[in-house]
Design a protein around this ligand. Structure first.
Ligand SMILES: [Cu+2]
Length: 485
């Protein structure tokens, strides 16, 4: 079997056969009932399902048996080191169902999913939705299923996404698996169990992944919540790009490696169960999907080159030898934190974080000269609805008008993708909310150089990424600063 090429959607003609067949297959899959694993709705429910949030819910629905729902639905892995391999299997199964549907409709064999490279700095339209997803009709004049209305307001695909929201700083992360207690969570996320919805999120999962979700979905669209995201056909091109960036990260440094732990490789307590295109159940583990060109997967990406110039630095934090030669990260030291939750709203707000330089030992004292790293932890972020995202600034005053994202006090973005699911108390998510870790080493270096650093006090400003985003009950449970290697 020849290896399929997943193509860059921006390099395809507006109605290239790949996109036209995707649209036709989507329309066909939408006609199938929700209890058919090859239906559009069932495929989306694998990621997340809540009846109250289902925009297509109808009295005539026959839902799968409860046991099947428990096994196959609401399985998406977030805030988890299984985020990347689980979504890779999810895509391969979806792609095979679309491909079979294309053949059934009289199209060619071997359909493969394109990817949306919104971070491509050589393409001025990279951050706009691809044209095929915003055109009202197909070439034959029939309605275009790829153009759904439940997205953020956009002007011909322009959703106002900024470079910071598609920043590829995660590719500089030295480790796949970071730590969960204050230091760097790693490129792929800290060690977790299955169905993990809480705790620190790996670098790639936060940005660009989470940012693109909420930028496309806005405050009411499908892409902004686990339970509806995969109903939007752009979801699959977004995740193809995330899957591609995993390969880009592996390619760019020989020291970049996947976890070797059996708990990850063979996921002994974390089977990924999906249906194939013929409706048969299949069980997968990460070790089967680490080479995309193997017989099971059979694909590669059009471009997995390094987006950074040759020799661009990697973040060398944590690269010390652990047991059996594994690269592990030293624990980081707490430098201070808030004791009360900080409420976020649709206006900028600032929190004060007391720091205790004495309590943080040698590293804190040595921070003025030593090349240690500084991590801002934003823990237990809870809330309901689809509250978009925030830009975070350090020591920017409590100005009602925060600086631009190009300002050196800008520390990064906080996408709220999945916050409602992570705040719930159902079986899948324990309700402790989202936790993000920002590496703020460069921002702190800048503040020190500008004589704007106070070792006893840090102010953190949160600015909504978009006007009008609704956050009625959103809060950050704790804001803390850690010093690490
Ligand atoms: Cu996603």
């Amino acid at each position: 079997m020849a290896t399929r090429i997943r193509q860059d959607v921006s390099k395809l003609a507006q109605w290239d056969a790949t996109l036209l067949w995707y649209a036709k297959a989507m329309a066909e899959m939408q006609k199938r009932p929700i209890n058919d694993p090859a239906s559009w709705r069932y495929q989306a429910a694998i990621h997340g399902y809540q009846r109250e949030q289902d925009p297509f819910a109808s009295d005539s629905d026959t839902l799968p048996a409860a046991a099947d729902q428990r096994t196959f639905w609401s399985q998406c892995q977030h805030s988890s080191w299984f985020f990347l391999p689980w979504h890779r299997v999810y895509l391969i199964c979806f792609e095979s169902i679309v491909a079979a549907t294309v053949v059934k409709l009289g199209g060619p064999a071997g359909w493969s999913l394109p990817y949306w490279n919104y971070s491509d700095s050589s393409n001025p339209n990279a951050r706009r939705l691809p044209a095929a997803f915003v055109l009202p009709t197909l070439p034959d004049g029939s309605p275009n299923p790829l153009n759904i209305s439940a997205r953020a307001p956009n002007d011909n695909g322009d959703i106002g996404m900024t470079p910071a929201e598609v920043d590829l700083g995660c590719l500089r992360d030295a480790l796949y698996t970071g730590i969960a207690d204050g230091g760097h969570p790693g490129f792929g996320g800290p060690r977790t169990g299955f169905n993990h919805g809480n705790g620190p999120t790996g670098g790639l999962e936060k940005t660009p992944h989470g940012d693109v979700h909420v930028a496309v979905g806005g405050d009411s669209g499908l892409m902004s919540a686990f339970e509806t995201a995969a109903l939007d056909p752009i979801f699959w091109l977004h995740h193809a790009n995330i899957d591609r960036l995993w390969q880009v990260w592996l390619n760019r440094q020989s020291s970049h490696r996947n976890p070797t732990d059996a708990a990850w490789q063979s996921a002994s307590n974390a089977r990924f169960q999906f249906h194939d295109a013929s409706g048969q159940m299949q069980t997968w583990v990460p070790s089967q999907v680490l080479d995309t060109t193997n017989a099971l997967l059979g694909y590669q990406y059009e471009d997995t080159s390094d987006p950074f110039a040759t020799g661009a630095p990697v973040n060398v934090h944590a690269a010390v030898g652990g047991p059996m030669g594994a690269v592990v990260q030293q624990p980081a030291e707490l430098a201070g934190g808030t004791s009360a939750a900080h409420a976020l709203s649709n206006a900028p707000s600032t929190a004060q974080v007391p720091l205790h330089p004495g309590a943080s030992g040698v590293r804190g004292a040595a921070l003025t000269s030593a090349p240690t790293r500084v991590y801002l932890n934003l823990e237990n972020i809870t809330g309901s609805g689809r509250p978009g995202g925030y830009g975070v600034f350090l020591n920017a005053g409590d100005a009602a008008t925060p600086p631009a994202q190009s300002d050196p006090r800008f520390a990064g973005t906080l996408p709220m993708f999945g916050v409602q699911a992570a705040s719930g108390s159902d079986l899948l998510h324990q309700g402790s909310g989202l936790t993000y870790v920002l590496d703020v080493t460069q921002v702190v270096d800048h503040l020190k150089a500008a004589n704007a650093w106070d070792p006893h006090q840090l102010s953190v400003t949160f600015a909504p990424l978009r006007a009008g985003q609704q956050a009625p009950d959103l809060q950050v449970g704790r804001i803390s600063l850690y010093y690490g290697d």
